[in-house]
Design a protein around this ligand. Structure first.
Ligand SMILES: Nc1ncnc2c1ncn2[C@@H]1O[C@H](COP(=O)(O)OP(=O)(O)OP(=O)(O)O)[C@@H](O)[C@H]1O
Length: 688
């Protein structure tokens, strides 16, 4: 990531500097310009408002709190102001495939489809919650009843009756009510919890599946942290809101309806007077709600941005440490966190104001009831027990509505999280990993043909990387592609693996356009890829070689490891094949990692092997070991080799020299040297 920032900055600065130099003719040479850029990085990323002078140019850097660097180039006569380099966080987030498109919308259809298989649990929970609400509504009536009996006893209107016998029935009923209330409360809470967890698990799996099936171009523009945030925070938020809204919302909603009905029975005039202002609350609530929803979405997006930055820094901790960039990363993280915090604070204030307003209204309602009810009691149209029931019911309405206003915040958060989840689940990859046909093993000829291939990366469509590229790699031959950095060598590999589709032309294997072939079959059975930075998972050596294929036996694993020159060092580990290699294989050396990766690739016995600079990250000693492993691995296969070090390609059947995405020379090592052209130049450069 840091490297990306530097690359990003370099190209930007380069562009501005070159414009500047063309205009002003300051005559800085290449080295001065490089020094200038290097200075620039160390200043931009470490200090604020720094000035430095290189040659006759003064550079001023500002790292503003919003993370935007503004650079001014000032020479003796001119001041050129370069508005430049947004912060890494903003720069990347702007490009994100998920955030650059339209605002995610909550899909109610999809939500109900998700709920459908859980309908019985949901119904059970709903019925239990409604029963609890119904029982709650009964409580004030029974209490009112008891008060009426008590007041009759205190006024001596029941002289012949025993207190215990009169009280026994209503008290027992009340106890029964409370017990039933507890049973149904337990039922709806446990049913809803299970339901919420199952839905969350299903959503996580669907999200993960959707992420894995996205094409590589999607990952070019979407940051890992953003995806992790959707998998974790959004699903968690959605689940909690769902459970809360269904349980509390249903219970409180039913309680309000039930309590209002019983109020209507006790005193219609008092009830209607009390409910007169409810429509005003509903209209105000709805309009405030849509404002809060938008604020909630912004807050969640911003929180995701912060997570993304934190995740990147932690996963690239070695680079961060090597550049002593901890303070910079902390600052970047805290800037994003404080932006998210601001938004959440505003959201909290909004929800708080809404709740405060609702509470004020509801308390006024209780006070009004007391006042008007007292008046009715004074005129003997209401008994003390009725007023008691009325007041308890009104308070129940007040409490329920207050809780529903609290739920409102959760409901809003749940909707925005759900919208973000569904957006990613519904995202269709442009290149599907599966589908297309399979060529049977005996018909498959491992011959590769690039026909007039032109290609630009989807994230940078204006930059054509390959132009009318034609190449035939006959079955069983070893073809090497060489050329200086950035000429499109690895791009050829990505196209052959069908990580991207060609913009024009076609690539065929065994005479079939690879766009018509099943991608998973192609990558899983036909092509083996060994690249510069082998990635191992934090599990045992055995599991890394097997990589999920349970059909593979231990003997086959050992055979592949022997072929990859890995068996010897693996058996020297105290736990042998069961040695755990640490996250991304940090506990073993680069050469060892590479040989495990070779064994993994060989295990599927691919007919086509791609070596993308497979030895360039190794020292001489490791390179020799890996090179000999590769030589045995290449036997009997069609091999496409990408190489920086020309020493590794000399025995190739055909060497292709690439320049700016086009073939400029082709031949074997000897004939190319004899030509004294590009290949010869590259050889000379390397030997120097
Ligand atoms: N995912 C990507 N999105 C956009 N542009 C890319 C992407 N990957 C590579 N490029 C650009 O494509 C061009 C060719 O890159 P490629 O990696 O194919 O070159 P290469 O010859 O393999 O270089 P190297 O030898 O340094 O690995 C470069 O300009 C690079 O910036």
């Amino acid at each position: 990531m840091l490297v990306s920032l530097l690359k990003f900055s370099t190209s930007g600065i380069h562009c501005h500097l070159s414009k500047f130099f063309r205009v002003n003719q300051t005559g800085l040479n290449y080295f001065q310009r490089n020094r200038l850029q290097n200075n620039l990085f160390s200043k931009v990323t470490r200090e604020r408002d720094t000035k430095t002078k290189v040659s006759n140019v003064t550079l001023k850097f500002c790292l503003t709190t919003s993370g935007i660097c503004i650079i001014k180039l000032i020479n003796d006569n001119h001041t050129v102001s370069c508005q430049f380099v947004k912060s890494r966080a903003d720069g990347y987030a702007d490009q994100s495939a998920l955030t650059k498109n339209q605002e995610p919308k909550f899909d109610w259809d999809q939500f109900f489809r998700l709920l459908w298989p859980e309908i019985w649990s949901l119904l059970g929970a709903v019925v239990s919650a409604l029963v609890v609400a119904f029982l709650n509504i009964q409580v004030p009536l029974y209490l009112g009843n008891i008060i009426n009996i008590l007041s009759q006893f205190t006024q001596n209107t029941l002289p012949d009756k025993s207190f215990i016998s009169e009280m026994k029935d209503p008290v027992l009923k009340l106890v029964g009510l409370y017990v039933a209330q507890s049973v149904f409360t337990c039922a709806y809470i446990s049913l809803l919890s299970g339901l919420g967890e199952r839905i969350a698990a299903k959503l996580r799996c669907q999200l993960f599946e959707s992420i894995l099936k996205q094409d590589i171009a999607f990952f070019d523009t979407t940051r890992t942290g953003e995806l992790v945030d959707r998998l974790t925070t959004d699903v968690q938020e959605f689940k909690s809101s769902f459970k809360l809204v269904v349980s509390q919302g249903l219970r409180n909603g039913a309680q309000v309806i039930g309590a209002v009905s019983s109020l209507l029975i006790i005193s219609p005039s008092l009830t209607l007077g009390m409910l007169g202002i409810v429509p005003v609350v509903i209209v105000t609530g709805t309009s405030i709600g849509s404002l809060l929803r938008s604020l909630s979405r912004q807050a969640q997006d911003q929180a995701a941005k912060a997570v993304t930055i934190g995740e990147e820094a932690v996963s690239n901790i070695r680079t961060v440490r090597a550049f002593a960039m901890e303070p910079y990363e902390s600052q970047l993280f805290s800037e994003q966190v404080s932006k998210a915090c601001d938004l959440h604070e505003r959201l909290g204030l909004g929800v708080g104001l809404f709740q405060a307003g609702t509470n004020l209204f509801l308390n006024g309602m209780v006070l009004g009831t007391l006042y008007y009810g007292g008046h009715l009691m004074a005129t003997k149209s209401l008994t003390a027990g009725d007023l008691m029931s009325f007041l308890v019911s009104t308070q129940m309405i007040q409490r329920s509505m207050a809780q529903m206003s609290l739920l409102f915040g959760s409901y809003i958060k749940g909707l925005s999280s759900g919208a973000r989840i569904f957006q990613l689940i519904n995202l269709e990859p442009r290149i599907s990993a599966e589908g297309g046909h399979i060529v049977s093993a005996n018909e498959l000829i491992p011959e590769i043909q690039f026909n007039d291939v032109t290609f630009a990366y989807p994230s940078r469509p204006s930059q054509t990387i390959l132009k009318n590229f034609n190449l035939r790699i006959p079955a069983g031959q070893k073809v090497a592609i060489v050329g200086s950095s950035g000429n499109g060598k690895s791009t050829i590999v990505s196209l052959l693996e069908r990580f991207y589709d060609v913009s024009d032309g076609s690539i065929s294997i065994s005479g079939e356009d690879i766009r018509t072939l099943d991608g998973a079959w192609l990558r899983g059975n036909v092509i083996g890829l060994i690249n510069q930075e082998p990635v191992l998972f934090a599990t045992s050596v055995r599991e890394n070689i097997r990589y999920g294929d349970s059909r593979v036996t231990d003997e086959e694993i050992e055979k592949a490891a022997r072929l990859a020159n890995a068996h010897e060092f693996i058996t020297r580990f105290p736990s042998g094949y069961d040695t755990v290699v640490g996250e991304r294989g940090v506990t073993i050396s680069g050469g060892q990692k590479q040989r495990i990766a070779i064994a993994r690739a060989l295990l599927k016995n691919p007919q086509i092997l791609i070596l993308d600079e497979a030895t360039s990250a190794l020292d001489n000693e490791s390179e020799k070991l890996v090179q000999s492993a590769l030589e045995s691995a290449c036997k009997g296969r069609t091999v496409l080799m990408i190489a920086h070090r020309l020493s590794t390609v000399q025995n190739a059947d055909l060497i292709v020299v690439l320049q700016s995405g086009q073939i400029v020379e082709m031949g074997d090592h000897k004939s190319l040297l004899a030509k004294k052209g590009n290949y010869w130049n590259l050889m000379n450069q390397q030997s120097q």
